[in-house]
Design a protein around this ligand. Structure first.
Ligand code: SF4
Ligand code: SF4
Ligand code: SF4
Length: 348
């Protein structure tokens, strides 16, 4: 959009911007919400169970779209508002925002006055806080399976139908990616973290000291290439041919949230009933996590890659699995104790 705003004639700019806004803010939101409805229908038709959590997740994603892409941009008259809704270390927005011409702020400073930029920065910091606090309680589930409108929402809305070509002919619904491709995605993950951290440090040095470690024009181009190549085009390609969550394998924000998730005890508890080795949990996991092998021995599944979607939990025919964190474990045991007390009181 920044390129269009600089080079096209005013009439062409207006038309392209209008089409972009209708697609990005309107069509994308509406089709994703329809996708949630179809997923619920599809799972029910194929005799599956839709858990309470998945309904909450779909409702949360839908509210995020309606509020952040439709209502808030309309009230603030700023449709590119979603640049403020990216958790660290995805975006270097706070350092770029006041610099005229920087990648993210091409849209900010030309559309908004200084107050508008300050409001956007406040929204950015408040969003970081909301993401952090929620992750401490609910693990990576909070952002990756309830709030993320970049990939998370689309993956849960359309993930049943992706990838376009099944990975496994014997088990066509399996989402498990081959080990070699996972290794490639893991290398991408390391690369993305290095690029994002380096960009944040470089923008930060420039912002705080005015020192130019990389000329700003080159920095802006690196940001643009990172976004277009790794975060947009490659993400769409991987999504269609590897699976709906393939970007989540190497997303730098998701990786950080996964690490925080591990610190707050995020895990899939197994051994609640008996595992019959049907392999359905492995088939549905869009992050290719080997749940079955742990379930057979009753060990918990602890990995930073789990996005907390809960699909394995609702798919297990024997009810053997549960998603939990330290907070959720305490919450559930307190609830169980109070139910037991009420039960005892009623009997006496
Ligand atoms: S891993 Fe990244 S893209 Fe995927 S849901 Fe989480 S924050 Fe969004
Ligand atoms: S392990 Fe379960 S909750 Fe975690 S990503 Fe896989 S399917 Fe989702
Ligand atoms: S879906 Fe349940 S029963 Fe089947 S392999 Fe996984 S944990 Fe075991």
């Amino acid at each position: 959009m920044g390129v269009i705003r600089k080079t096209a004639s005013p009439e062409v700019k207006a038309i392209i911007e209008l089409v972009f806004i209708i697609f990005e803010n309107g069509i994308r939101s509406v089709t994703t919400i329809i996708g949630f409805y179809l997923t619920i229908k599809f799972v029910k038709i194929s005799k599956g169970r839709i858990s309470k959590f998945r309904l909450i997740s779909f409702a949360s994603f839908s509210i995020s779209f309606i509020f952040l892409y439709l209502i808030l941009p309309f009230i603030l008259r700023f449709t590119d508002f979603y640049v403020a809704l990216m958790p660290f270390p995805w975006a270097s927005l706070p350092f770029q925002a006041p610099i005229t011409g920087a990648h993210l702020t091409v849209s900010l400073t030309k559309i908004l006055d200084w107050n508008g930029v300050v409001i956007t920065l406040w929204v950015f910091y408040i969003y970081q806080l909301i993401v952090l606090i929620g992750t401490i309680f609910l693990g990576r589930r909070w952002h990756c399976s309830m709030l993320c409108t970049f990939v998370g929402a689309h993956a849960e809305a359309f993930g049943e139908a992706l990838p376009l070509i099944p990975h496994n002919k014997q088990r066509p619904r399996s989402k498990v990616i081959r080990p070699r491709i996972r290794t490639i995605l893991f290398l991408f993950q390391i690369l993305m973290i290095i690029i994002c951290l380096a960009l944040m440090v470089t923008w930060g040095i420039f912002f705080f000291t005015g020192a130019v470690t990389i000329p700003v024009r080159i920095l802006i181009n690196i940001e643009r290439i990172k976004y277009l190549v790794f975060e947009l085009y490659l993400m769409i390609f991987f999504m269609l041919f590897l699976g709906a969550r393939s970007y989540c394998y190497y997303c730098p924000a998701g990786t950080l949230l996964g690490v925080i998730g591990r610190i707050v005890g995020q895990q899939i508890t197994t051994g609640l009933t008996k595992c019959n080795s049907c392999g359905l949990c492995n088939d549905v996991c869009k992050m290719s996590i080997d749940i079955m092998n742990k379930a057979k021995t009753g060990e918990p599944v602890k990995t930073i890659n789990c996005v907390g979607c809960g699909v394995c939990v609702e798919t297990c025919p024997t009810g053997n699995l549960q998603f939990t964190t330290i907070f959720l474990t305490k919450y559930h045991s307190r609830k169980a104790r109070s139910l037991l007390k009420t039960d005892c009181r009623q009997k006496t």
